[in-house]
Design a protein around this ligand. Sequence first.
Ligand code: 1GP
Length: 251
Amino acid sequence: MASSVLQHLLDIRHRRGAGYLPLLDPDRLAPDELEARAQLCVAAGADAILIGTSLMFSSRNAVCFERVRAKVDVPVISFPGSSGQVVPTADAILFLSLVSGRNPELLIGEHVKAAPLIHEYGIETIPTGYMLVESGTLTSVEFMSDTRPIPRDKIDIAMAHALAAEYLGMRLIYLETGSGACASVPDEMVSAVADCVSVPVVVGGGIREPGVARAKVEAGAGFVVTGSVVEDNQQRLCALSRAVHVKERQE
Ligand code: 1GP
């Protein structure tokens, strides 16, 4: 048993080559559906379940965490769009700082609002340098965060942000094009960032095909996140999980 959720994730990356983290959105799925989908994800090989969204309309976030935690034996991790999404029943929370932007609320403001509750609930925080990368269209996260994404071809800018995040103490670097994005983070950018930092790189946004997920891992991603595909296409979950777990495929 790992001593923390972060350690669980690091162990998974070591053992399976990379980790597969499906993201479930309480706005898009009712608690019953979300619970069933989480179970399917775990049966398919998911290493943890992320729950969250950039703008939450529903009030069922806490219920979703409770229901999923009661049914799965992997960590259930909060991927919050704001301090309002902190719930007592999360196993851990990605404590995201949107380092690619210059919006003070998403660099420190929301964190200050969330910190007392996180402390009261005793939730593990995983400091995460969150970097938004241009996808070709305006995504919800770009609009809601009021930040400009890093241009897709500016790999040096991505590297500099990732290094700065690591030097600030972030334990994960999360490269994101946004949920439902037309394009995922370019493999060349994943590779350059993974090569220059010593903490794991998480990649999400616009990943629907197993081949695309595998390319991210081969470029150096330690974890791959899919959201939309989990909600649209259950059959693909096993293929995505196999594609991400590169060590198991070789054995
Ligand atoms: C997680 O926002 C992503 O980083 C999820 O994106 O919904 O496009 O898979 P998709």
